[in-house]
Design a protein around this ligand. Structure first.
Ligand code: GNR
Ligand code: NI
Length: 167
Protein backbone atom coordinates (compact mmCIF):
# COMPACT_ATOMS: atom_id res chain seq x y z
CA UNK A 1 0.00 0.00 0.00
CA UNK A 2 1.07 3.56 -0.57
CA UNK A 3 -0.05 7.07 0.19
CA UNK A 4 -0.86 9.03 -2.96
CA UNK A 5 -0.34 12.74 -3.55
CA UNK A 6 -3.59 14.74 -3.67
CA UNK A 7 -3.73 17.41 -6.40
CA UNK A 8 -4.57 20.88 -5.12
CA UNK A 9 -6.93 23.29 -6.87
CA UNK A 10 -6.35 25.14 -9.23
CA UNK A 11 -4.24 22.31 -10.70
CA UNK A 12 -5.46 21.84 -14.29
CA UNK A 13 -5.19 18.07 -14.00
CA UNK A 14 -8.32 18.23 -11.79
CA UNK A 15 -10.19 19.06 -15.02
CA UNK A 16 -9.27 15.77 -16.71
CA UNK A 17 -12.21 13.52 -17.61
CA UNK A 18 -11.81 10.02 -16.14
CA UNK A 19 -12.04 6.93 -18.36
CA UNK A 20 -14.12 3.83 -17.53
CA UNK A 21 -12.39 0.87 -15.91
CA UNK A 22 -12.31 -2.02 -18.37
CA UNK A 23 -10.65 -4.76 -16.35
CA UNK A 24 -11.21 -5.64 -12.72
CA UNK A 25 -7.69 -6.86 -12.00
CA UNK A 26 -5.03 -6.62 -9.31
CA UNK A 27 -4.09 -3.14 -10.51
CA UNK A 28 -7.57 -1.88 -9.67
CA UNK A 29 -7.47 -3.59 -6.26
CA UNK A 30 -4.12 -1.91 -5.56
CA UNK A 31 -5.45 1.49 -6.67
CA UNK A 32 -8.54 1.13 -4.45
CA UNK A 33 -6.34 0.14 -1.46
CA UNK A 34 -4.00 3.11 -2.01
CA UNK A 35 -6.90 5.52 -2.46
CA UNK A 36 -8.56 4.25 0.74
CA UNK A 37 -5.31 4.64 2.68
CA UNK A 38 -4.89 8.17 1.28
CA UNK A 39 -8.50 9.13 2.11
CA UNK A 40 -8.23 7.83 5.69
CA UNK A 41 -4.88 9.51 6.27
CA UNK A 42 -6.28 12.83 4.96
CA UNK A 43 -9.43 12.38 7.10
CA UNK A 44 -11.73 12.78 4.11
CA UNK A 45 -15.11 11.10 3.63
CA UNK A 46 -14.49 10.47 -0.08
CA UNK A 47 -11.79 10.50 -2.73
CA UNK A 48 -11.99 10.33 -6.52
CA UNK A 49 -9.10 8.89 -8.57
CA UNK A 50 -8.90 12.23 -10.43
CA UNK A 51 -7.65 13.82 -7.20
CA UNK A 52 -4.64 11.51 -7.12
CA UNK A 53 -3.95 12.09 -10.83
CA UNK A 54 -5.30 8.71 -11.97
CA UNK A 55 -7.91 9.37 -14.61
CA UNK A 56 -10.05 6.28 -14.17
CA UNK A 57 -13.65 6.16 -12.91
CA UNK A 58 -12.86 5.02 -9.37
CA UNK A 59 -14.22 6.52 -6.12
CA UNK A 60 -13.76 5.49 -2.50
CA UNK A 61 -15.95 6.74 0.33
CA UNK A 62 -16.47 6.14 4.04
CA UNK A 63 -19.04 8.13 5.95
CA UNK A 64 -18.96 5.98 9.08
CA UNK A 65 -17.90 7.30 12.46
CA UNK A 66 -15.60 4.31 13.01
CA UNK A 67 -13.99 4.66 9.55
CA UNK A 68 -14.56 0.99 8.91
CA UNK A 69 -17.23 1.00 6.18
CA UNK A 70 -15.41 1.56 2.93
CA UNK A 71 -17.59 1.98 -0.14
CA UNK A 72 -16.10 1.63 -3.62
CA UNK A 73 -17.77 2.98 -6.76
CA UNK A 74 -16.30 2.01 -10.13
CA UNK A 75 -17.77 3.35 -13.39
CA UNK A 76 -20.56 5.03 -11.37
CA UNK A 77 -23.56 6.55 -13.12
CA UNK A 78 -26.33 8.57 -11.50
CA UNK A 79 -29.55 7.26 -13.04
CA UNK A 80 -32.02 9.33 -11.04
CA UNK A 81 -31.97 12.64 -9.15
CA UNK A 82 -34.74 14.11 -7.04
CA UNK A 83 -35.29 17.17 -4.88
CA UNK A 84 -32.96 20.00 -3.94
CA UNK A 85 -30.74 20.51 -0.95
CA UNK A 86 -27.79 22.63 0.07
CA UNK A 87 -24.77 21.78 2.15
CA UNK A 88 -21.52 23.44 3.16
CA UNK A 89 -18.98 21.37 1.24
CA UNK A 90 -15.26 20.96 1.56
CA UNK A 91 -12.75 19.12 -0.62
CA UNK A 92 -9.35 17.53 -0.01
CA UNK A 93 -8.20 19.27 -3.20
CA UNK A 94 -9.34 22.68 -1.88
CA UNK A 95 -8.11 22.57 1.73
CA UNK A 96 -9.56 24.96 4.28
CA UNK A 97 -12.33 26.24 1.99
CA UNK A 98 -15.97 25.51 2.91
CA UNK A 99 -18.80 26.84 0.77
CA UNK A 100 -22.50 26.11 0.31
CA UNK A 101 -23.40 24.13 -2.81
CA UNK A 102 -26.88 23.19 -4.10
CA UNK A 103 -27.39 19.60 -5.19
CA UNK A 104 -30.09 16.99 -5.69
CA UNK A 105 -31.41 15.67 -2.36
CA UNK A 106 -31.69 12.03 -3.43
CA UNK A 107 -29.84 10.10 -6.10
CA UNK A 108 -29.82 6.59 -7.48
CA UNK A 109 -26.37 5.44 -8.52
CA UNK A 110 -25.35 2.33 -10.46
CA UNK A 111 -21.74 1.23 -10.12
CA UNK A 112 -19.40 -1.75 -9.75
CA UNK A 113 -17.41 -2.68 -6.68
CA UNK A 114 -13.69 -3.49 -6.84
CA UNK A 115 -14.49 -7.13 -7.72
CA UNK A 116 -16.60 -6.16 -10.72
CA UNK A 117 -19.91 -6.83 -8.95
CA UNK A 118 -22.63 -4.44 -10.10
CA UNK A 119 -24.85 -2.70 -7.54
CA UNK A 120 -27.58 -0.08 -7.38
CA UNK A 121 -27.75 2.32 -4.44
CA UNK A 122 -30.42 4.82 -3.48
CA UNK A 123 -28.87 7.56 -1.39
CA UNK A 124 -29.95 10.66 0.48
CA UNK A 125 -28.38 12.98 3.04
CA UNK A 126 -24.61 13.32 3.14
CA UNK A 127 -24.15 10.14 1.10
CA UNK A 128 -26.12 11.63 -1.81
CA UNK A 129 -24.10 14.86 -1.58
CA UNK A 130 -20.81 13.00 -1.45
CA UNK A 131 -21.73 10.80 -4.44
CA UNK A 132 -22.50 13.91 -6.52
CA UNK A 133 -19.29 15.63 -5.33
CA UNK A 134 -17.15 12.60 -6.28
CA UNK A 135 -18.84 12.02 -9.65
CA UNK A 136 -18.17 15.68 -10.45
CA UNK A 137 -14.45 15.04 -9.84
CA UNK A 138 -14.53 12.15 -12.35
CA UNK A 139 -16.09 14.57 -14.85
CA UNK A 140 -13.31 17.11 -14.18
CA UNK A 141 -15.38 19.41 -11.98
CA UNK A 142 -14.42 20.80 -8.57
CA UNK A 143 -17.16 22.07 -6.19
CA UNK A 144 -15.85 25.65 -6.24
CA UNK A 145 -16.89 25.82 -9.89
CA UNK A 146 -20.49 26.16 -8.66
CA UNK A 147 -19.54 29.45 -6.96
CA UNK A 148 -19.43 32.94 -8.50
CA UNK A 149 -16.30 33.76 -10.50
CA UNK A 150 -15.49 36.40 -7.86
CA UNK A 151 -15.40 33.71 -5.16
CA UNK A 152 -13.51 31.30 -7.43
CA UNK A 153 -10.83 33.91 -8.09
CA UNK A 154 -10.48 34.70 -4.39
CA UNK A 155 -10.06 31.00 -3.61
CA UNK A 156 -7.49 30.59 -6.43
CA UNK A 157 -5.46 33.54 -5.14
CA UNK A 158 -5.56 32.23 -1.58
CA UNK A 159 -4.48 28.70 -2.51
CA UNK A 160 -1.74 29.86 -4.91
CA UNK A 161 -0.36 32.12 -2.16
CA UNK A 162 -0.40 29.18 0.28
CA UNK A 163 1.34 26.92 -2.26
CA UNK A 164 4.10 29.54 -2.67
CA UNK A 165 4.54 29.79 1.08
CA UNK A 166 5.01 26.03 1.31
CA UNK A 167 7.99 26.11 -1.07
O1 GNR B 1 -13.89 14.97 3.01
C1 GNR B 1 -14.75 15.53 2.33
N1 GNR B 1 -15.81 16.12 2.94
C2 GNR B 1 -16.92 16.62 2.26
C3 GNR B 1 -17.79 17.42 2.96
C4 GNR B 1 -18.91 17.92 2.35
C5 GNR B 1 -19.18 17.60 1.04
C6 GNR B 1 -18.32 16.80 0.33
C7 GNR B 1 -17.19 16.31 0.94
S1 GNR B 1 -16.12 15.26 0.04
C8 GNR B 1 -14.60 15.59 0.87
C9 GNR B 1 -13.51 14.71 0.34
C10 GNR B 1 -13.24 15.05 -1.11
O2 GNR B 1 -12.67 16.03 -1.46
N2 GNR B 1 -13.72 14.23 -2.00
O3 GNR B 1 -13.57 14.51 -3.30
NI1 NI C 1 -13.44 16.66 -3.45
Amino acid sequence: MALLNILQYPDERLHTIAQPVEEFDDKILALVADMAETMYQARGIGLAATQVNVHKQVVVMDLSEERDQLRVFINPVITHKEGDTEFEEGCLSVPGIYETVHRAERVTVEAYDEHGEKFVLEADGLLAICIQHELDHLAGKVFVEYLSSLKQNRIKTKLKKRARERM
